[in-house]
Write a protein that binds this ligand. Structure first.
Ligand SMILES: Cc1cc2nc3c(=O)[nH]c(=O)nc-3n(C[C@H](O)[C@H](O)[C@H](O)COP(=O)(O)O)c2cc1C
Ligand code: SF4
Length: 451
């Protein structure tokens, strides 16, 4: 079956020359008209629209946005804050940066609607340190919006006031984890907080109720306010509504950003048709479908089971190519849609070297609070590095598995899972390559990526 056409909701104008770093250009396409209409409604109605839309967070976990908003403690009498998570440090993910660079006013409009709906008077955009251009673009966009009375006191002559501040991180993966981010925003080291009690909806920034949403999620809010929650559910598939942006990188002919209705395109259609297939003379070997912490898939493996279609349970028997690109389908085959970062590897890739590279990243980024994560991520790096160097021990493949299996569920934050899933899945899918390395002491001087 041919791949569907892209459905560009967030990217509707993104490639237009000059669009929309400046306000005039954004307003030519109806910019801020949706916000104006939204401000004439009751905030609760907007929250209901978002609930009805079924919007799931695009930052990684796919948590329903309307449910998150309804968990906010509105009785405490404290201010409610909103934080835009623009840390985007999951390897393989580069959609939020593109939105910020090309269409910052779309993000501001979505953020302001979310703030109005939740009675937020102060919002922060936490942007990772390595994105200085994005930070400057956002600061300029906020200044323009302020000058046009779209941000600040008495927006558009209403009684509603809201300030948006840009906060630059110093550049650490763990600052993307929402409670680590909050610590960092408070000026401290980004050590994730223990939940409970520190659920941001109750005890977030400055111990006040706080909403943390991803950049792309907040852009969707603008479109939901525009078309209504019910109409939004008609895009995508049940429980996976709206569009998804995929950032495809690695060994395909046409890597890049693509936006499709969630669940309406398979992984095979995306990689072979949309991205042009493998490089000349090569074949696909593996793919990580949702950012580097998502479990890897091996081309050639099959997945069987039952899934719900409407009210019925139907059998599925999928190859990697057949899997629909949505949170639930990818979850059913043991991986995740995560952040939408699709990393493709062809048959030139040595899986031991690939995992050593990923493990080096996670060992570097662990905040170090929890022993299983701090020590485990380092051990996984050490073992895969000595495999790559040809100094592995016979028992190393088994040791690697044992270390990875002991981390998940024993840590403060989900980094513990994120750092062990690559090792667990690489070993499960490409165990022979690792066993070979351990037993025969293959390997060569360290590749540049490891030095
Ligand atoms: C280690 C780790 C890193 C994360 N990095 C990011 C990130 O860079 N950007 C992001 O939006 N969410 C990231 N998240 C998820 C956030 O904690 C949070 O769930 C998300 O920002 C919520 O937004 P959403 O509901 O709109 O998806 C990360 C989570 C973990 C555990
Ligand atoms: S799991 Fe890792 S990153 Fe998360 S708090 Fe513990 S040590 Fe830090």
């Amino acid at each position: 079956m041919p791949a569907p056409d892209q459905h560009r909701l967030i990217f509707a104008h993104i490639d237009e020359p000059g669009y929309s770093h400046d306000l005039a250009c954004y307003q030519k396409h109806g910019g801020y008209a949706v916000m104006k209409r939204a401000f004439a409604r009751k905030p609760e109605e907007l929250i209901d629209e978002v609930k009805r839309s079924g919007l799931r967070g695009r930052g990684g976990a796919g948590f329903p946005c309307g449910v998150k908003w309804s968990l906010v403690d509105r009785k405490s009498g404290k201010p409610i804050y909103l934080i835009v998570n623009a840390d985007e440090s999951e390897p393989g993910t580069f959609k939020d940066r593109y939105i910020i660079h090309q269409d910052p006013h779309q993000l501001l409009e979505g953020t302001l609607i979310a703030c109005f709906a939740n009675n937020v008077k102060q919002a922060y955009i936490y942007i990772r340190g390595e994105m200085p251009l994005g930070a400057r673009i956002l600061e300029k966009a906020i200044a323009e919006a302020r000058a046009a009375n779209l941000v600040g006191p008495n927006i558009l002559g209403t009684s509603y006031s809201c300030e948006i501040y840009v906060h630059r991180g110093a550049g650490a993966y763990i600052c993307g984890e929402e409670t680590g981010l909050i610590e960092s925003l408070e000026g401290k080291r980004a050590n994730p907080r223990i939940k409970p009690p520190y659920f941001p909806a109750v005890l977030g920034l400055y111990q006040c109720p706080t909403i943390v949403n991803n950049v792309e999620t907040l852009c969707h809010v603008k479109h939901i306010a525009d078309m209504g929650g019910e109409a939004y559910t008609k895009i995508g598939t049940p429980n996976n509504t709206g569009t998804r942006i995929f950032c495809v990188s690695g060994h395909v002919q046409r890597p890049g950003y693509y936006e499709f209705e969630a669940g309406k395109i398979t992984l095979g259609q995306l990689l072979y048709e949309v991205c042009g297939g493998p490089l000349p003379g090569r074949a696909f070997k593996a793919v990580i479908p949702g950012g580097s912490s998502a479990k890897i898939l091996r081309f050639g493996e099959r997945f069987k089971g039952k899934r719900k279609v409407g009210a019925e349970l139907v059998d599925y028997d999928w190859g990697v190519e057949d899997v629909p690109m949505d949170f639930d389908s990818l979850g059913m085959i043991g991986t995740m849609g995560g952040s939408g970062g699709v990393i493709v590897m062809d048959d030139s890739v040595n899986m031991v070297e690939a995992l050593a590279n990923i493990n080096a990243f996670y060992a570097h980024e662990s905040c170090g609070q929890c022993t299983p994560c701090r020590e485990g991520s380092l051990w996984m790096k050490k073992i895969t590095t000595r495999m790559v160097h040809g100094t592995a021990r016979a028992e190393d493949a088994a040791l690697l598995k044992s270390v990875a299996d002991q981390i998940p569920g024993r840590t403060i934050c989900a980094f513990g899972e994120a750092c062990s899933w690559p090792t667990q899945s690489f070993l499960a899918k490409f165990g022979d390559e690792f066993k070979n390395y351990s037993e025969t002491k293959q390997g060569s001087p360290a590749p540049a990526t490891l030095i």
